[in-house]
Design a protein around this ligand. Structure first.
Ligand SMILES: Nc1ncnc2c1ncn2[C@@H]1O[C@H](COP(=O)(O)OP(=O)(O)OP(=O)(O)O)[C@@H](O)[C@H]1O
Ligand SMILES: [Mg+2]
Length: 498
């Protein structure tokens, strides 16, 4: 039987759930019986790829043929070379989506699936496009993309009648941090503001711990384990294990027998870490998180006391010093009755049920996460649409050409990644640290006119995907532009997925 589908494509783990009328949300288990599929792919050869737990275990032995954290590269130019063939991040992500599709089909007996796919609220247009294209290339009919924290709040609102409250969703996954302020009123959710970073997640804690112990090891043994991919990967695995154990224990060990061989014989690795040391090693990350949360609240004129509930979402929200930070900032508002790992995929399934008419008594409004605009004549950013606008939405500004000898104007559309914390108008538009280029195109104008009036508009669809349009006010001539993610379906079509 066909059910509405929710998909959480995660940096570390991916999940798929269906919404069953009457019985509610059901998370579909992977082949290994777990409720998630590790987002790791191992290429056995050029035409066979293994996903999930089995791929994760191959990360040690054949790291060159194993790719993890693909989501972090979505929307970038990164190329992965596997057995002499080049793959883009969306092409590799499509392999995960194909595996999720197989899990769905085996579970339901259905070939077709209408899905809501979640993305970090802070994802820009290019990253969103890449996710949409990956899911579609795998054969999902994508109803829409949904911001991960909004999905978590939808799920929270679905598990019982809620008081009116201002909620903060604190979503720290393996690779991304999203912070969303959401007003919950009976059965209506209204996202007020979003903040975060697509480059902070649980994985950064693993790297910080592994780096620290690598330095300690190097001081004594004069060996840098980073030069040995297998040894360093083992260290990363141990660092992650220790991080997870410290969520419930005060102290734990990192143990790797025979980590390397020296002329004097084999070396073993054994170190102890307690919460205090872990907190010290990872302080630079929690400092960044604290700042992102405070900045976001400050920008929106919200005091921590105004927030009546904080929903911890994402596996990394369990990290000991992250939990303490959130508890310190928000006290008793920290909610305990939410499953951090499953809230997002469950909310996506609820949303798919809403969009297919299975659930009819809920509503939500989400907001844009980035300022959008164009590069002006001086190479600076000119805002056309401010962030935190409820979407779908459209905004436009009228411009006058200043030079009457032109037959075209070049429009360079930009999405601001720095957030409104900075005076972005002063930032150079070509600085990739601040701006994502959504594309450049030429718009024809009439050279004989004294001055040309041009409307430039940004339209955001229900998935947060941006299109830019330009209109010549006098002639009515228009040009629409959306930067699309391209996937070479032929290249991945014949790859067998396990
Ligand atoms: N008990 C735990 N204590 C601390 N960290 C944990 C625990 N369980 C999982 N994690 C960490 O949570 C992260 C994975 O969380 P999750 O599955 O929510 O991420 P994701 O959805 O794949 O990532 P993202 O949402 O950023 O794309 C990993 O870094 C993992 O090490
Ligand atoms: Mg996640």
């Amino acid at each position: 039987m066909k059910y509405p589908v929710g998909i959480d494509f995660g940096t570390t783990n991916s999940m798929i759930a269906v919404y069953k009328e009457g019985s509610g949300i059901e998370v579909i288990s992977s082949d290994s019986g777990k409720r998630f599929l590790p987002s790791v792919v191992y290429f056995k050869n050029a035409s066979e790829a293994v996903t999930g737990d089995n791929a994760r275990s191959m990360q040690l032995l054949e790291s060159e043929n194993t790719i993890s954290n693909v989501k972090r590269y979505m929307g970038t130019d990164k190329i992965f070379d596997l057995y002499g063939r080049e793959y883009t991040p969306p092409e590799l992500a499509a392999l995960f989506f194909r595996k999720l599709k197989t899990l769905y089909s085996d579970y339901t007996g259905e070939k077709d699936a209408e899905a809501v796919v979640t993305v970090p609220a802070y994802f820009d247009h290019l990253q969103r496009e890449a996710v949409r294209a990956s899911a579609e290339a795998a054969g999902f009919d994508v109803l829409s993309l949904l911001n991960e924290p909004t999905a978590a709040a939808l799920y929270y609102n679905n598990i019982g009648k809620k008081e009116d409250e201002l909620c903060l969703v604190f979503d720290l996954g393996g690779g991304t941090l999203d912070i969303s302020l959401i007003q919950i009123k009976e059965d209506c959710l209204k996202v007020v503001a979003t903040g975060g970073s697509t480059q902070i997640g649980g994985f950064d804690f693993d790297v910080a711990v592994a780096d620290y112990f690598n330095n300690e090891f190097a001081k004594i043994n004069e060996i840098d384990l980073r030069s040995d991919p297998i040894a360093f990967q083992q260290l990363l695995f141990q660092a992650e294990k220790a991080k997870m154990e410290l969520s419930s224990l005060n102290e734990t060990n990192l143990v790797i027998p025979y980590i390397t061989i020296t002329p004097k014989g084999p070396l073993h690795f054994k170190q102890t870490i307690d919460r205090e040391l872990f907190t010290k090693i990872t302080k630079h990350i929690t400092d960044k998180i604290r700042k992102l949360v405070s900045d976001m609240l400050e920008l929106n004129g919200i005091n921590t006391k105004d927030i009546s509930r904080v929903l911890p979402v994402g596996g990394a929200s369990r990290i000991c010093n992250v939990r303490s930070l959130v508890a310190e900032m928000f006290g008793d508002a920290l909610s305990k009755d939410i499953n951090p790992e499953e809230a997002v995929v469950s909310g996506a399934a609820v949303n798919a049920a809403m969009q297919t008419g299975v659930v009819t008594d809920k509503k939500f409004f989400d907001v844009t996460s980035h300022n959008m605009g164009i590069e002006d004549d001086n190479g600076d950013f000119e805002i056309i649409m401010k962030k935190n606008e409820p979407y779908p939405v459209e905004f436009s500004t009228r411009f006058k050409t200043t030079d009457n000898n032109l037959d075209k104007v070049t429009i360079h559309a930009l999405q601001d990644m720095a957030g409104s914390a900075l005076n972005i108008s002063d930032s150079p538009a070509d600085d990739p640290e601040y701006f994502v280029s959504l594309g450049k195109f030429d718009f024809k104008i009439d050279k004989n006119e004294e001055e040309n009036l041009i409307d430039i508009g940004f339209a955001i669809d229900v998935s947060g995907i941006v299109s830019v349009w330009t209109k010549d006010v006098k002639t009515g001539a228009e040009h629409d532009f959306t930067l699309k993610a391209e996937i070479d379906s032929e290249k991945i079509k014949d790859i067998k997925i396990y």
